[in-house]
Design a protein around this ligand. Sequence first.
Ligand SMILES: N=CN[C@@H](CCC(=O)O)C(=O)O
Ligand SMILES: [Zn+2]
Length: 422
Amino acid sequence: MGNMIIKNANQLVTCSGFKGKTGKEMDDIHVIENGAVVIEDGIIKKVGKTDEIMANVDESKYEVIDATGKAVLPGFVDSHTHFVFGGYREKEFDMRLRGCSYMEIMQAGGGIANSTNGTLKASKEDLIELGKKRLDSMLKFGVTTVEGKSGYGLDFDTEIKQLEVMKELEKIHPMDISKTFLGAHAVPVGYKGRGEDFIDYIIETVLPHVVENDLAEFCDIFCEKNVFSVEESRKLLNKAKEMGMKLKLHADEIVHLGGADLAAEVGAVSADHLLQASDEGITKMAEAGVVATLLPATAFSLKEHYARGRFMIDNGCAVALATDFNPGSCHTESIPLLFALSTLYMNMTIEEAITALTINGAAAIDRAHEVGSIDEGKKGDLVILEFPSYKFIPYHIGVNTVEKVIKGGKLVVNNENSGLLY
Ligand SMILES: N=CN[C@@H](CCC(=O)O)C(=O)O
Ligand SMILES: [Zn+2]
């Protein structure tokens, strides 16, 4: 962990706060002009105007970065990904372009089942190597904390393998990883038509091992027509909660099933996708403090309409944005794409999009107390843009405006020249 000072930032965008932001709060990202940050042992110690901060520190004890003419922001938090998998599904992308729907492919035996086969065949070492490359790519986009799910196993060994791979990656990669158990991602072939039996199998066999070995913090489920019903989801989630896990849901993505309502009922930390969430479900989520994690790159990739981000914010929800990086419905780790889609097509302001990818992303994985903003006591995770204003992020459409990435007070990416440095 490093000792570092970043000074003279044209804009220091702090996104200050220790919990998710709702409604109008999302539009206030707390900008300090000519700002500076002091990081000691990887933790932010001081934040303020450069002249005030520098009057009281001995620069010689720190690595100093002069951010003159640059905007500095918190490292991004990508709070919904499926980055550990074997095999690719480029053929399905092509099939979708030719008119097949995501669900048609899944029901014909492709989709998640394809990635399950690929992940089953891959060794732990292969998955670690692939995972590392994907994390490197995310880091270059300024992501310093990521959530990753299992769910391409659907059997004991492969589910556990995925979670163990993430545990190994945490040791060798600077990225912080929040691990989610998604054993109920699809009904495997052997349980066709017996979703409830499969839920029982997970509850009795896999979940206890995950909990006892501390392999995941969250339990998630794909609550969707022809996948897992609301009743099956309720059963698994309540059991996981009883066993001490925090909850997430893939909710109301393809059809409206009531996943948003269920998320509020079980006290989930987040409900994700929400393209078809009802007004009532959204209101319940706002009241229960469930973060609405929106995945516009998935809607884009599946050629679906976007989730109602504007409506959710106006109705008091904390909205987060995430890539949903996965081998099927959305094969991208691009943060610039999320900024483009959310501002241009979901009517979110630039400031709301930044909040959604920083402090609210952190809230979506229950880490708003330690990452997601530039506040004293939080991890020294920052991005320095190539440009003087944060407004360049969506304005420079689809292009990575991140020049440097700092993780725990250490420079880990310099996109200006060599890229990765850790
Ligand atoms: N919708 C369900 N799960 C993933 C996609 C998984 C896949 O197609 O491999 C998602 O969040 O989009
Ligand atoms: Zn997902």
